[in-house]
Design a protein around this ligand. Structure first.
Ligand code: HEC
Ligand code: HEC
Length: 330
């Protein structure tokens, strides 16, 4: 065969393979299995643990409670915990994204779901109707939580006051709508998160769940390899722009010179903030960093995260978190 024909044959094969892959992707249904038949017993300890995880570690609050963009750090509005949040379009997500209403409201929330269905959504990424949840919802990370922590989250969700708040369903654009179907994964074996005493590894587990996505530049929704925790992820809302900080131990551009005490203090400094006392959002302070919730993360959890961040390779990546904008008026 002459070179010319070889070339054509290759193109034909490639086209056939692409078409096959296209059909495969278009027909794929998410990997899922039926929700388990479990009923989570509500105990005060579970509700307390679930409340802590919801507000102060996993930041369910940040994506599932209505937030006020006119105030510093977009605080969740009081009295509407879990009532859902429509993400501003400017954030640049591939479609119309709503963090669902996950209060026990029967009509607009998840009040009619079984506990098993809630557990499946949180750690396997499958909605009640079998649909793959958009992977912005960090179910892959949540799958690493212990059964007891997941049950605590469900106990807390069940204890929330129902809030009536209808939101449009999330609708992803092509091709993310197809690709996202590959994100859910059944949790086959019980997760065994590292013990809290194993500080750096426990910190890795917490930081993977709570910090990684925002503190890494993403490509196709995944952190750029080699740039994990090196910051520079840009967030734009309305007139404002913020970029996440470099959390690697680079001395010049990261937190290499921060002591553990300084790290913890940085969070505690926001401890008195509340919705009522929040300053107005201006470009110079604009952020999406969940300071309200994380200011009350337990000492041992913050210290574990610090211990883990120290083990990372220092990455030189200068970031200006609050850039001066040409159009700036504040
Ligand atoms: C970074 C944002 C984000 C975080 C953090 C987050 N979620 Fe979600 N969650 C979403 C989005 C967006 C959806 C809707 C996805 C869709 O419909 O495709 C969702 C969907 C859900 C659903 C399914 C609701 C439904 O009607 O299908 C449940 C349950 C849920 N989340 C619980 C939680 C809990 C509990 C936490 C904390 C442990 C949490 N989420 C943290 C963004 C988030
Ligand atoms: C929703 C996105 C988001 C999440 C989640 C998030 N951050 Fe941030 N973070 C930011 C942004 C944006 C900034 C820069 C603006 C600012 O300082 O508030 C920032 C700033 C910081 C700073 C300040 C650095 C400095 O030089 O002043 C620290 C420390 C930090 N984040 C640590 C963390 C840790 C630890 C976690 C996880 C427990 C986390 N962040 C989760 C977005 C996020």
């Amino acid at each position: 065969m002459s070179l010319k024909y070889l070339g054509i044959a290759a193109v034909v094969c490639l086209a056939a393979a692409t078409a096959a892959a296209g059909t495969y992707i278009a027909l794929a249904t998410p990997k899922s299995r039926p929700a388990r038949d479990v009923r989570v017993e509500i105990t005060p300890e579970r509700v307390e643990r679930g409340r802590y995880l919801f507000h102060h570690v996993a930041d369910c609050d940040g994506c599932h409670s209505p937030r006020d963009a006119s105030k510093f750090s977009m605080p969740p509005e009081p009295g509407k915990t879990g009532a859902g949040f429509q993400f501003p379009e400017e954030l640049g997500f591939p479609g119309r994204i709503a963090g669902s209403n996950i209060t026990p409201d029967v009509e607009t929330g998840i009040g009619s779901w079984t506990d098993g269905e809630k557990i499946r959504a949180i750690r396997e990424g499958i909605s009640r109707d079998g649909r793959a949840l958009f992977a912005l919802m960090p179910y892959r990370q949540f799958a690493k939580m212990s059964d007891e922590d997941i049950h605590s989250l469900v106990a807390y969700l069940n204890s929330l006051p129902p809030v009536r708040n209808a939101l449009p369903k999330t609708e992803l654009k092509f091709p993310v709508n197809l690709l996202n179907r590959f994100e859910p994964a059944p949790a086959l074996a019980p997760a065994r998160p590292p013990a809290a005493q194993d500080r750096a590894r426990y910190g890795e587990f917490l930081a993977g769940m709570a910090c990684l996505e925002c503190h890494s530049q993403l490509k196709n929704g995944k952190p750029l390899p080699g740039m994990e925790f090196a910051g520079g992820h840009e967030f734009a809302v309305g007139r404002f722009v913020a970029r996440s900080a470099n959390l690697t131990p680079d001395e010049e551009t990261g937190i290499g010179r921060w002591s553990e005490e300084q790290f913890v203090k940085k969070f505690r400094d926001y401890g008195n903030l509340s919705y009522a006392t929040a300053p107005r959002a201006v470009q110079a302070n604009f952020t999406l960093m969940p300071w309200y919730g994380f200011a009350h993360m337990k000492d041992e959890d913050l210290r574990a995260i610090y211990a883990y961040l120290r083990t990372l390779k220092p990455v030189y990546n200068p970031v200006v978190p609050h850039p001066q904008l040409a159009s700036q008026t504040d």
